[in-house]
Ligand binder design. Structure first.
Ligand code: GDP
Ligand code: MG
Length: 699
């Protein structure tokens, strides 16, 4: 634990897939003395990518957290994946980080997925620095990257370095703050050589430094005064301080460059983490809801103080083959000790902490206690899950949870042997605890287990983990789109239930209207429930029973059994009699009214539509467009930039199975794509009939 909180950094590395996040992290671990041999992603030996699946696929799936030290600073690093199927990992890391490094590919610039994660980071107000990586690649262009950061990400850039040499001749950079050249040898271990700025670069260095100072003057009056007096007299420390202030306020992004793969620029990047990214003290007080007054939504704060009452957020869980379920826990205030009992304020239960661990990718060290600002792994809690607050019972608080995307794809599986049935169920429970973007249920008709997730790759990897980590062999069906049921037009229905149970009269009643939701792009399932003004006089209990009944009715549409989506429910009227009201009768009446609204209508099936961006070299534009047309995609725009074509479209998810393989073969592997869920939209008649037929519904 750091003596001084100001020397702690909790940072994440965020970027588009392949920008070099994992390589950069590996180099950071090497230079901070955590590893003795450099792991390479393409050799499958990168230390942060420790799950077997990651090593084989060369991608990062789970955000592994690790601790290292640089110049009196203690740094907790979270490596986050770039693939859109795993955005949840990015989201939950951002929730608990204090600062981040955005890694960009010097050739490709700001790619779609970088934009997505960057804006996620904006939402969590995470201060960032940018590292323009791959300066050694043919076509590397720092100026273009800077321009794209300005225009696409809408941020003011503070260029702190200019490269010396480019592409294969890239050997180092000029530090515009210290006004010196930084040169790297060919080997990772070669010490950095600092020298005066080479003559041929003096002119450009002067211009760029002046640009930097002027940008700082725009942001800060103190430096403006000094600049007007004598720009050359401004001290390095003062410049750094002004850069730091601007970065912490999110007013500007310091931009550095380098080549992680060629071991150039990573040590200056670490210096920048120390100099410009926030400590938990800088992030200051974190707010949450007070537990007692939750209904009044009273906000209370927790300062990053080890002496304050304990509070923190569970932001990730992972099943460890040796110690069982571990929880990644960001401590916002106070101190947690081994053996202590701790309060889960969401569930209002106590949990026992058996062990506290620091993790280094796949290794771990046990520690007796940890306090405010730190990120640790906890072993012991049984009931808590991702997104919940663990705190001191005497001073409860609930922090904002993490928002999770909707699963859009499902996959039926069954154990190969009946002996594995129970084990499979247990394993799935473990996996869904680890990953809230994954869920599973039993299909009542077929008895099969349905896994639901964010995309084909997401589910494929989960099935792979079942086999490998848990040694459960399963038969796997083909992935299915998670369809929904909706309504095509307004419907009204009313039901009055009167019955006698043990000679006691019971009643329930509901008059309701259903409408298709106008705002189809709202977060799925996009169901809103309204009680009409006239119902204000009805007791809360009656409305509550009505709400519960409607919520459960929406889980399975009356005509297809598929969950409902894009629906507006309006409860117009309830006949309520104090003497005869009965909760069960009320729920039955609501259910009947809901079902009645669907009578004489044919099923209205909705399917997920994805926003899809394909990036390819210009010569493949025609090919990609014809591919998208064959998938009945709707092309929204084509932009050309740096000889690359950005093709934005909307396509039904059902058309996108195996898309990555087809795209690869049609473009010689030169195109990449990202997709994300956009909305649910009605299927055409032909597809509706097909989907219904698969479910045994014949019209
Ligand atoms: P991630 O998906 O962002 O984690 O990216 P990786 O670190 O896995 O890197 C993707 C690929 O780019 C790998 O083949 C790396 O070896 C390569 N790479 C990473 N950094 C550099 C660099 O600085 N220069 C070059 N030429 N290649 C790099
Ligand atoms: Mg990676």
């Amino acid at each position: 634990m750091p003596q001084d909180l100001s020397s702690l950094r909790n940072i994440g590395i965020i970027a588009h897939i392949d920008a070099g996040k994992t390589t950069t992290t590996e180099r950071i671990l090497f230079y901070t003395g955590k590893t003795y041999k450099i792991g390479e992603v393409h050799e499958g030996t990168a230390i942060m990518d420790w799950m077997a699946q990651e090593q084989e696929r060369g991608i990062t799936i789970t955000a592994a957290s690790t601790k290292c030290f640089w110049k009196k600073c203690e740094i907790n690093i979270i490596d986050t994946p770039g693939h859109v199927d795993f955005t949840i990992e990015v989201e939950r890391s951002l929730r608990v980080l204090d600062g981040a490094i955005g890694v960009f590919d010097a050739v490709s610039g700001v790619e779609p997925q970088s934009e997505v994660v960057w804006h996620q980071a904006d939402r969590y107000k995470v201060p960032r620095i940018a590292f323009v990586n791959k300066m050694d690649r043919v076509g590397a262009d720092l100026e273009n990257c800077l321009e794209e950061i300005r225009t696409k990400l809408g941020k003011k850039c503070l260029q702190l370095q200019i490269p010396i040499g480019i592409e294969e001749n890239f050997i180092g950079m000029i530090d515009l703050v210290a006004q010196e050249a930084i040169l790297f040898g060919p080997n990772a271990n070669d010490p950095i050589v600092k020298s005066p700025i080479p003559e041929e670069l003096e002119e450009i260095a002067k211009i760029k430094r002046d640009e930097l100072l002027q940008s700082l003057c725009d942001l800060n009056d103190k430096i403006l005064d000094q600049y007007l007096e004598n720009p050359r007299a401004i001290s390095i420390d003062f410049i750094k301080q002004v850069i730091r202030e601007a970065t912490l306020l999110g007013e500007a992004i310091p931009v550095l460059c380098g080549s992680a793969f060629k071991n150039k620029g990573v040590r200056p990047l670490l210096d920048a983490v120390v100099d410009y990214l926030p400590s938990p003290l800088d992030r200051g007080e974190i707010f949450g809801l007070s537990v007692k007054k939750k209904s009044e939504e009273e906000q209370i704060g927790r300062k990053p103080d080890p002496e304050a009452p304990l509070s923190g957020l569970v932001f990730k869980m992972a099943n460890d083959p040796f110690v069982g379920m571990i929880m990644f826990y960001r401590i916002y205030s106070g101190t947690v000790k081994q053996g202590q009992s701790i309060f889960n304020s969401n569930k209002k239960i106590k949990e026992k902490i058996q062990k506290i661990l620091y993790l280094h990718a796949n290794k771990r060290t046990e520690i007796p206690q940890a306090s405010a600002g730190d990120i640790v792994a906890l072993v012991g809690p049984k009931e808590s899950i991702t997104g919940e607050t663990l705190c001191s019972e005497g001073a409860p608080i609930i922090f904002d949870s993490i928002s999770f995307p909707v699963p859009v794809i499902s996959l039926a599986i069954e154990p190969k042997t009946t002996a594995d049935e129970k084990k499979l169920w247990d394993c799935l429970q473990l996996l869904s605890k680890e990953d809230p973007s994954f869920s599973f249920s039993e299909d009542k008709e077929t008895g099969q287990l349905l896994l639901k997730g964010m995309g084909e790759l997401h589910l494929e990897i989960l099935v792979d983990r079942l086999k490998r980590e848990f040694k459960v062999e399963v038969n796997v069906g083909t992935p299915q789109v998670a369809y929904r049921e909706g309504v095509s037009s307004e419907r009204n229905a009313e039901y009055l239930l009167e019955r006698e149970v043990n000679a006691v009269k019971q009643t329930g009643h509901c008059n309701l209207s259903l409408f298709p939701s106008e705002d189809v792009e709202k977060q799925a399932p996009n169901i809103t429930l309204n009680f009409s003004e006239t119902l204000k006089k009805i007791p809360k209990e009656v409305l509550e029973e009505t709400r519960l009944a409607l919520e459960s009715a929406c889980l399975a549409g009356p005509l297809t059994g598929m969950p409902m989506a894009n629906l507006k429910i309006q409860v117009n009227h309830i006949i309520w009699d104090e003497e005869t009201f009965n909760p069960v009768a009320q729920q039955m009446a609501v259910n009947q009214a809901f079902n009645k609204a669907f009578e004489k209508h044919s099923p209205y099936v909705l399917g997920p539509v994805m926003s899809l961006e394909v990036v390819c070299p210009q010569e493949f534009t025609g090919e990609v467009i014809s591919l998208l047309n064959s998938k009945r995609g709707n092309i929204l725009g084509i932009n050309c930039k740096n000889n690359k074509e950005y093709i934005l479209s909307e396509v039904s998810l059902s058309e996108l199975f195996g898309f990555s393989t087809v795209l690869r073969s049609r473009t010689q592997g030169r195109a990449v794509f990202t997709m994300k869920f956009k909305c649910y939209a009605a299927l055409d008649r032909e597809n509706s009939l097909k989907v219904l037929k698969e479910r045994g519904i014949v019209l």
